[in-house]
Design a protein around this ligand. Structure first.
Ligand SMILES: *[C@@H]1O[C@H](CO)[C@@H](O)[C@H](O)[C@H]1NC(C)=O
Length: 254
């Protein structure tokens, strides 16, 4: 009996396994709205609620966006990439609905003094993108103040490795994680000195992670886990004489 059943069970398991791997995760287009911030240099230049600061200016530039509460997800979405296109507005949307790819770098705070249909675009549970003027101009007429858009999560196409920017003190070790490829969304981080094991870090704000361990004088390794569950370990990213304020580059998600 078992001699017949075993190959059958094996075949069923094999089918189940290959089937679950073969289903591509196609992200659906979702509806939202978008506005833009008027700025002289065409990019959102403030540090942003994700903490990227000047880094985001350098790497994400005009293709960065502020997200409403609903999309920001308490900072977890920081670094994720979204494809956006203007739809269903014959006057404001550019012909052919061209799309842009944006990185989430900021939080668009709610304004409960305003109706969510009039100015309070970022109020819960609205899905809204605050864009740079330059990126907005690639999908819609700048004369428009608010446009209907469709968006979907896309893979982030990054050049180079994941960047680790260190800050803090001997008692408070903080790392800002940027330039994350693939889904861009970091959900867990661990750090390891040459004299320690892997230490789990906690999200402080945005993509700033911290722990209360003195790692001075030790080479640092980092393990980054993305929302897809993939993990990438970068060994000895920072040399033993690393400095607070320094940025070090590790491996990238593939
Ligand atoms: C942190 O570690 C370094 C190297 O071991 C040591 O020189 C320094 O005194 C330590 N700092 C504190 C505040 O413990």
């Amino acid at each position: 009996m078992a001699a017949i059943l075993l190959p059958v069970i094996y075949l069923i398991l094999l089918l189940l396994l290959t089937k679950s791997q073969a289903i591509p995760k196609v992200e659906q287009w979702m509806s939202a709205t978008a506005t833009y911030t008027k700025e002289t240099d065409g990019s959102i230049s403030t540090e942003g609620a994700c903490g990227y600061g000047d880094l985001h200016k350098a790497s994400y530039g005009k293709y960065s966006a502020g997200l409403s509460t609903m999309l920001f997800n308490k900072g977890s979405t920081c670094g994720a990439c979204f494809e956006l296109r203007c739809v269903n507005h014959i006057l404001w949307c550019l012909q052919g609905s061209p799309s842009v790819i944006l990185t989430a770098t900021d939080f668009c705070p709610p304004n409960y003094g305003l109706s969510s249909d009039y100015g309070g675009w970022c109020n819960f549970p609205k899905e809204h993108f605050e864009m740079s003027e330059a990126a907005f101009a690639e999908i819609a007429e700048k004369r428009a103040d608010i446009v209907p858009v469709q968006y979907r999560r896309v893979k982030c196409d990054r050049r180079g490795g994941i960047r680790f920017s260190l800050s803090g003190s001997a008692h408070f070790f903080q790392v800002l994680i940027s330039n994350v490829g693939l889904d861009g969304e970091v959900v867990a981080v661990k750090v390891k000195g040459s004299k320690t094991g892997w230490i789990p870090m906690a999200r402080n704000w945005g993509q700033n992670w911290h722990c209360n361990i003195n790692l001075t004088g030790q080479p640092l390794s980092f393990e980054v886990t993305a929302s897809t569950g993939k993990t990438v370990s970068s060994y000895s990213v920072a040399p033993p004489n690393w400095q607070f304020g320094g940025t070090y580059e590790g491996k990238q998600f593939k």
